[in-house]
Design a protein around this ligand. Structure first.
Ligand code: AMP
Length: 193
């Protein structure tokens, strides 16, 4: 694929009860450092998002955080990242995160993570972009979502070709294998079809 310089990571603003999630996000940060890939993320110090930003900064990488003014306190805006953008709305946050990234990694998270992932997926479905979107299903975290997508295809609510819009992988190793060989395949994907 085209050179991956900046990866956007969507992940939980909470601290998960399973150590595997924190370990995986640290592994993600380490791999980004070794590949000199910059992090784009939600700009907070809390939860998994805080862990990955801290790891990349501590390892000498670059981090862009994008956070709305009203979340500055709640998510403990990280003023120590390479660049912190304070914005007015959630939509502005998502737009900047989208524009500044070459691909999207969805790690375990809650409603916010799912919202961000679904929006970037729908933008791809509409042909607005062709960047890779990968869910990293640590310990099968996204199994239920994968099953829901398959159910939607079976029930005729999602086109089968939309399977090519995203990948669900089991590990950070598999994430980078997917990204390394990624070629956008957008056949049959058109809002007007
Ligand atoms: P969560 O997965 O719920 O822990 O949230 C992860 C991140 O998603 C947090 O930084 C939230 O502020 C962010 N988030 C929640 N809703 C939205 C939204 N509508 N647009 C952009 N970011 C959001």
């Amino acid at each position: 694929m085209r050179k991956l310089k900046h990866l956007c990571v969507f992940c939980g603003a909470s601290t998960p009860s399973h150590a595997a999630h924190a370990q995986a996000i640290l592994e993600l940060g380490n791999t980004m450092l070794s590949r000199r890939i910059g992090l784009v993320y939600g700009g907070g110090r809390v939860g998994l998002m805080g862990i990955v930003a801290e790891r990349v900064m501590a390892g000498g990488g670059t981090v862009l955080g994008v956070i709305p003014h009203q979340l500055q306190r709640r998510e403990l805006a990280n003023l120590d990242v390479t660049e912190l953008k304070l914005v007015d709305t959630m939509h502005e946050r998502k737009t900047i995160m989208y524009e500044r990234s070459d691909g999207f990694v969805v790690m375990p998270g809650g409603f916010g993570t799912l919202d961000e992932a679904m929006e970037i997926l729908t933008w791809k479905q509409l042909g607005i972009h062709d960047k890779p979107i990968v869910f990293v299903s640590i310990g099968g975290y996204f199994d239920g979502l994968a099953a829901l997508f398959e159910r939607s295809i079976q029930d005729g609510l999602l086109k089968p070709e939309y399977r090519q819009l995203f990948a669900i992988v089991p590990s950070i190793g598999a994430l980078f294998e997917y990204l390394d060989s990624y070629e956008p395949k957008m056949e049959g994907i058109s809002p007007w079809a």
